[in-house]
Design a protein around this ligand. Sequence first.
Ligand SMILES: C[S@@+](CC[C@H](N)C(=O)[O-])C[C@H]1O[C@@H](n2cnc3c(N)ncnc32)[C@H](O)[C@@H]1O
Length: 210
Amino acid sequence: MIKPYKFESIYSDGKHILTKGNIIGNEKTIDGYRVWNPRRSKLCAMILNKCKILPIKKNSRVLYLSTTSNTTYSYVSDIAENGVVYCVELSPRIFRDLVHICESRKKTVPILADANRPGSYKHIVESVDVVYQDIAQRNQTEIFKKNIGMFGKSHGHGIIMVKARSIDTTTDPNHVYKKVIEGLKEFEILEKIGLMPYDKDHMAVIVKNV
Ligand SMILES: C[S@@+](CC[C@H](N)C(=O)[O-])C[C@H]1O[C@@H](n2cnc3c(N)ncnc32)[C@H](O)[C@@H]1O
C-alpha cells in the first residue's frame, strides 16, 4: 500500500520512495506513482540514508545547479509542486533534452548557463528557498557560495552534493569533506549524509543561510 513518506509530496510503498508527476520515458511506476531510484539520484540516496530534514517543500522555489541528463530535477519539481525549479545546465546538448522535458512541467525553468557566473541568469531567477547543487568540479564550494549569496533568502537552505574525487583524487575523502565543511563556515551546517551504498565517496551537506 502506498502511504505518505515523512517529507511533503513524497510517498512510499515500503520498498521505494515515490512521487506524483509526469512520467519521463519508460521509467518505472507503481500505481501511477514514479519510482525514485537512489542509484540514479543523489537526492534520493540522501533521503533514503535518513536525512532528518528536507528543505525542499510543496511551495519551494529551488535553484537547481547542473541538471545533467538524469531526472533528479523532475523529482524536485514533483516535490515543489506549487513552487518553481530553475534548472541551470552548461552543456547545450543536455540543455536540449532538458527544454523538451520542461515543456511538460509548467514550473520548471531551463537555463543554459555556467553556474560559475550567476550574474548571467540574474534577470531570470528570483530569490529562492533552496539552492541545490551537484557539480563535480574542484571549485564546487565557491560556486555554491556565489549562488546562495546572489539568490538565497536569509534563513533559506542549500544542499550540496560533494564528490570527493572531483576535488582531489589522491587525498582521503574524509579529509576532502572536512575541508569542504570548513569552506562552508558562514552557514549553519544542519546535516552531513554519506551516500553509500548508492554513491561511493560522496557526501550530501545541508546548510542554512544565517
Ligand atoms: C555531476 S553531474 C550532475 C548530476 C545531477 N545533478 C544528478 O542529480 O545526478 C554533472 C553535470 O554538471 C554540468 N555542469 C558542469 N559544470 C557546470 C557549470 N559550471 N554550470 C552548470 N552546469 C555544469 C555538466 O554539464 C553535467 O551535465
